[in-house]
Each structure stands twice: as structure tokens, then as C-alpha cells.
Design a protein around this ligand. Structure first.
Ligand code: AHR
Length: 634
């Protein structure tokens, strides 16, 4: 295999390998957003969902008050009457799928309360699965004024599926709202922040960008329930909860309790992107709801509102602190701009209406903010004619990038490694914004609807395809696997990149494929050939290569999708090796059907080998069914 080190081709964009975050599979509430209390402000459609009254009959009662005229964003609170005396009236919160507690970790509890009469006492208790106490703290509310109460409590044991109980005693009444419990070990120890194990897994990918907040949830099941970024910023208690578009999908796993509290809102997404060194890529609704649901569209004359949202978002991210939205950003703790450079218009909209909408956005945004790159969308590849139609219309637009989605079988990925070799170099660049190899094994009455697991077979096919993305880095400038996160007990879509429960998380084989490519990106592609031909699938071998011009490294990716090991000599054309470590990272599995689980997280994981290079060549063994990243300092 020849590596033409002295023939650098395209620059690999810093944004090449990124992540796609959507609040699906309990990715946000119940997932990366570390809040443990479900329905903390009684705003779910059923206001007591997630809550249960406990204690002696007649010891107390709860009434939900709707104060919409005063507080439209978060109208409900609970009025609790306590007649418990020395006994207890309890309110139990079950958490998202239980609450995970870690031994010796502190948990920060808070609530807002007011209108206290009499002498109600309140104790917060952390419970294990059996209802045993593993931590408690007293925090008596007082006075008429609404105020914020805080306390912390340390868990005495690790519990995977605990709960929280508010224990009222004494006699009296109070109003209570925003009942919240966070672990102290959030990412960067931010109060009210994100789960650090999950953010760490994202940070380890060194993603070039974070696309947020979706996906279909950008569109919403209808326009009233679309994602409106303005309702997700400012004080947490002023953000308006909505039902998640994934709440009733896929009947067997319909949780019914899937809402968006927006504790993870646009400010937090920008901060997350900044924390992990990624460019933010917000996707905005263009006046069209999800075509898989109602497909509701805004009237033409109302589209201006949606465009204004986009303009205001640019001000929120980049505007001076003397502007309305820049001021809010500063008030929230980030006076410095977030350096927004790109924005997506719509997600998977499928017809001529989208083209017209996109063009209106393009006209306004390009004239007012030519510095912002625009991402347009052609939706899922599987939509066939719609995909082609949208491409035919958008090819001549000023979109900087076009977002293509493909959820296809592994064979498709293997066959399509040359897909972008043929693409027009004069049109928009490509954002492979959602992809994953799906192995559908649909059986009748299959409760999992035939959706595939994250097996090594799927990951290997993606790796082969990604060599094609990398070889075409002149036109393919951004790529992200989808979806990103899934709770093992609350998912609607499979496969996903990272799985988690209340305490643990695990990277899939697909995650390690992403990690190997993203952490070995390089700055420029170089030709990699066998007998003067690119390696695009002959004998099931796929390869791409880059160099890092700053670090003086050659980074070769070889995928062997055959059942036979191969020996290669990698010959350097125009460079010689150095004494620095030459390595081969190998990702493979015993069986194509292998996958990682929370209990067995390392079934498919990269291992690193040291290689012995000669002056201008390196011998490598490429195992059957493996992805290999060979790093050669020069
Ligand atoms: O990633 C899951 C869904 O797939 C996304 O929400 C949508 O864009 C696509 O259909």
C-alpha cells in the first residue's frame, strides 16, 4: 500500500467529525441533564405523574394550583396541607427510571416555597429500592414570601434505582414548586448541570461540532410543540415545559412520561459545545412540524416570526452585551460571545414548501449575517424521490452545506464508500448529519420492532463508509452518527452511540469507530493506493489516509471487512519514518454480532500495538473484520 505523503490533497476541516445531540431515548431529562426529580414543577400533562402520596391516611393532601395568569411559563405549583402531627405525610418522587445514588456523594436539594401557615416540618429522604433511608436532611419552610430553599445530603450507599421522599410532619400548609435534586459531581461541578460521565464520553471524541437540539424534536409533533429556543433560556423556573415529540412513538416503549423541562436549553448547549472544544450547530424550525406526525406548517405570512428567531439566536450567541439577547447571555453567566458560525434551517422536511421556506431564510440570513454558514437539509436518503427532488432544488442555492441522513443496512454502507467520489465539487458541501448502519431483524410481534443492536457488524460497515467520507474531505466537511445517547430502560430508537442507566454508561463499538476517526483526523488527506488503485472495497478492503502537518504524523485507516487476515507493507512516498512510536490501533471482535453492555463494556474496544518501521515502510497485519488506525511519525 503506497502512501503519497508528499501529495497532500484536501484540508480536513476541524468540523469533520462531530456529534448529533437530540433529546430522544431520555437523552436530556433522565439522561445527560443530571436532575433526578421527574416532573419537578408539576407541569406534565398529568400534574402528579412521577409523584405518589404516602403516609398515614388523612395525614395530609396535595392540591395542584394553576396560576397561569400570573406565571404563564410555569403555571402550576402544589399546595400541601399537613395534618400529620408526629406522623408523616409523604410525597414520593420515582425519578426517571428510579434515581441513581452513589455512596458518599453529596446531593443538592432545592425547592421554592411560600404561603406557609402553621408549623409544617419538612425532611428530605433519599430511599433505596426497598424504601430504606440512605440519607436525610431537615429543611423547614417558613413565612409567606416565596423563596428558594437549599440543603444537601450525602448518600450512605450506592443505589441504582432509589427515590426521593419529602416527609411532612406537624400541622399547617405551604405552597411548593421546582422540587429538585442534583448530584454534586456534575460536569465541572456546575450546580444544576450535566452528568459528568456522559459529557466525558462526548469530550473524549474531541468532536468538531455539536449539532443540537435534533432531529425531529426541532420540528415537534405540531407547531405548538416545536422546539422554541427562546423558551429554553433564562431562569430555569421560567422555561416552559413541553411534551417530547418522542413521547408516544413506537407503542411498545411508549413511556408516556417523556417531556422536555428545558433544564438543558440553548445556553447549556452552547456551553457544552464550548467546554468540549466543538463548534455549535443549532438547527432551527423553519415553520414546519414533523412530517412523521401532523406535518403542520405555518402560514406563509407567519414565517417571518421563525426567521426572526434565527436572527435573535445569532444575537444571543454572538451579540454584544448591550443587545437584548446578548445581554441575556451575559446575565446567564457568559458575557463573551459563543462564536456561532453556522446554523441549520429545518430538519428532514420533504417537499417544495421546504425549498420555499429555506430560500426565505437564506435571503434574510445571508444579507444580515453573511458570516454565518447555512445548513440546508435533504432529509433521509430512504425517502427516495423526495431526496432527489430536494437536491435538484438546493444544488443551486447558497446553502454552504446540505444535510443528508442515512439509516441503512450495513451492505449499503459497504457499497457506498465511493458515494461522494462522484459528487459535484461546485455545489454545496456535505454534512452527513445522521447516519447509522441498521440491521433489521423484524419478527412478528417483536417488541423491539426489529431494530438492531449496536453490533460490531454495524460498526465495521460504518468504518468502511467513513474511509469514503475522509477520502472526500474536500466536499464532505461534517459528519455525525445518530442518535447519540439512549437510556437502557427508556429508549425509542436503536441503535445509538452511547448507552446508559442511572449510574453507568457504555460506549458501543460504533462509538469506538467514531473515536478512532475523530482522534486521528489529521490536517490533509493524502492518496493511499494498492497497485495505483484507491482501496474502496476490492477484496473487502477499504482505506483512507491523512497527514497531520503540524504533528508530522501519517494517519492511515484500513478496514478489513473480509474474514481473512491480510499482510501489508505501507510504503511511504516522499517521507521517512522517525524514531517516535509507530502504532496500530485495532478495533475488532470475535463475532460480528458482538456488542458492549453496561455489565460487559469492553467486548469491542480498541487495543494499541507498537510497530517496528523501516526507513520508509512499515509492515502491518490487518486482522479479519477489523478497523485499524496506523500512526506513523515522519
Ligand atoms: O435520529 C433519530 C431521528 O431520525 C431524528 O430525529 C430524525 O432527524 C431522523 O428521522
Amino acid at each position: 500500500i503506497t502512501l503519497k505523503v508528499n501529495k497532500p490533497q484536501a484540508a480536513v476541516q476541524p468540523t469533520m467529525w462531530g456529534i448529533f445531540f437530540e433529546d430522544i431515548n431520555f437523552s436530556a431529562d433522565g439522561g445527560i441533564y443530571a436532575e433526578l426529580v421527574k416532573n419537578r414543577s408539576f407541569e406534565f400533562t398529568d400534574p402528579l405523574m412521577g409523584w405518589k402520596e404516602t403516609g398515614k391516611e388523612g395525614a395530609g393532601r396535595i392540591l395542584i394550583v394553576n396560576q397561569g395568569s400570573e406565571h404563564a411559563a410555569n403555571p402550576r405549583y402544589a399546595h400541601v396541607t399537613v395534618q400529620a402531627g408526629d406522623s408523616i405525610y409523604g410525597l414520593f418522587n420515582e425519578g426517571f427510571r428510579g434515581m441513581g445514588f452513589k455512596k458518599d456523594l453529596r446531593y443538592n436539594f432545592s425547592f421554592r416555597a411560600g404561603n406557609t401557615t402553621g408549623n409544617p416540618a419538612l425532611k428530605l429522604v433519599l430511599l433505596d429500592e426497598k424504601g430504606e433511608h440512605i440519607g436525610e436532611v431537615a429543611i423547614p419552610p417558613t413565612g409567606k414570601e416565596w423563596k428558594q430553599y437549599t440543603a444537601s445530603v450525602t448518600a450512605s450507599r450506592t443505589v441504582a434505582k432509589g427515590g426521593l421522599q419529602l416527609q411532612f410532619s406537624g400541622n399547617g400548609s405551604l405552597d411548593i414548586d421546582m422540587i429538585s435534586l442534583f448530584p454534586e459531581d456534575t460536569w465541572k461541578q456546575r450546580p444544576g448541570g450535566l452528568r459528568s460521565d456522559l459529557v466525558q464520553k462526548l469530550a473524549d471524541l474531541h468532536p468538531g461540532f455539536v449539532r443540537f437540539p435534533g432531529g425531529c424534536i426541532v420540528e415537534g409533533r405540531d407547531l405548538a410543540n416545536r422546539y422554541q429556543w427562546k423558551k429554553t433560556v433564562g431562569k430555569v423556573e421560567d422555561r416552559t415545559l413541553i411534551v417530547n415529540r418522542w413521547n408516544t412513538e413506537f407503542a411498545n416503549r411508549a413511556p408516556g412520561d417523556y417531556f422536555q423541562s428545558y433544564g438543558l436549553g440553548f445556553y447549556e448547549y452552547f456551553l457544552l459545545s464550548e467546554d468540549i472544544g466543538a463548534s455549535p450547530l443549532p438547527i432551527l424550525n423553519c415553520g414546519m412540524a414533523c412530517q412523521f406526525n401532523t406535518g403542520e406548517v405555518a402560514a406563509d405570512e407567519d414565517v417571518a416570526v421563525y426567521i426572526q428567531d434565527a436572527l435573535d439566536l445569532i444575537e444571543f450567541a454572538n451579540g454584544g452585551t448591550d443587545t437584548k439577547w446578548g445581554h441575556l447571555r451575559a446575565e446567564m453567566g457568559h458575557p463573551k460571545p459563543f462564536n456561532l458560525q453556522m446554523m441549520g434551517v429545518g430538519n428532514e422536511q420533504w417537499d417544495s414548501q421546504y425549498v420555499a421556506r429555506y430560500q426565505r431564510f437564506e435571503q434574510e440570513l445571508k444579507s444580515k449575517h453573511p458570516e454565518i454558514k447555512l445548513v440546508s437539509s435533504v432529509g433521509p436518503f430512504s425517502s427516495g424521490k423526495q431526496f432527489e427532488y430536494l437536491w435538484s432544488k438546493l444544488r443551486t442555492s447558497k446553502a454552504d452545506l446540505v444535510d443528508e441522513h442515512y439509516y441503512m443496512p450495513p451492505e449499503w454502507f459497504l457499497k457506498n464508500t465511493t458515494r461522494y467520489d462522484k459528487y459535484d465539487r461546485n455545489g454545496p458541501k456535505i454534512f452527513a448529519g445522521e447516519y447509522a448502519a441498521h440491521i433489521r431483524v423484524a419478527k412478528e410481534n417483536d417488541s423491539e420492532q426489529g431494530e438492531t443492536r449496536n453490533t460490531w457488524e454495524s460498526a465495521l460497515a460504518e468504518a468502511a463508509f467513513m474511509t469514503g467520507l475522509e477520502r472526500n474531505a474536500d466536499i464532505v466537511q461534517m459528519c455525525s452518527y445518530a442518535p447519540l445517547l439512549a437510556h437502557v430502560e427508556a429508549w425509542q430508537w436503536r441503535p445509538d452511540l452511547i448507552w446508559f442507566d442511572n449510574l453507568r454508561s457504555v460506549g458501543t463499538p460504533n462509538y469506538y469507530v467514531q473515536l478512532l476517526f475523530a482522534n486521528n483526523k489529521g490536517t490533509h488527506t493524502i492518496p493511499v493506493t494498492l497497485n495505483d488503485q484507491p482501496l474502496t472495497g476490492k477484496d473487502s478492503i477499504y482505506a483512507s489516509a491523512t497527514i497531520d502537518q503540524q504533528a508530522h504524523k501519517i494517519l492511515v485507516k484500513i478496514v478489513n471487512a473480509s474474514g481473512k487476515a491480510m499482510n501489508y507493507k505501507l510504503a511511504l512516498d516522499g517521507a521517512v519514518t522517525t524514531k517516535d512510536a509507530t502504532t496500530q490501533q485495532v478495533l475488532t471482535a470475535k463475532n460480528k454480532g458482538d456488542f458492549n453492555t453496561l455489565d460487559n463494556p469492553s467486548v469491542v474496544k480498541p487495543v494499541e500495538l507498537q510497530l517496528k518501521p523501516a526507513k520508509n515502510n512499515v509492515d502491518v497485519v490487518v486482522k479479519a473484520n477489523s478497523l485499524n488506525v496506523i500512526t506513523i511519525p515522519y
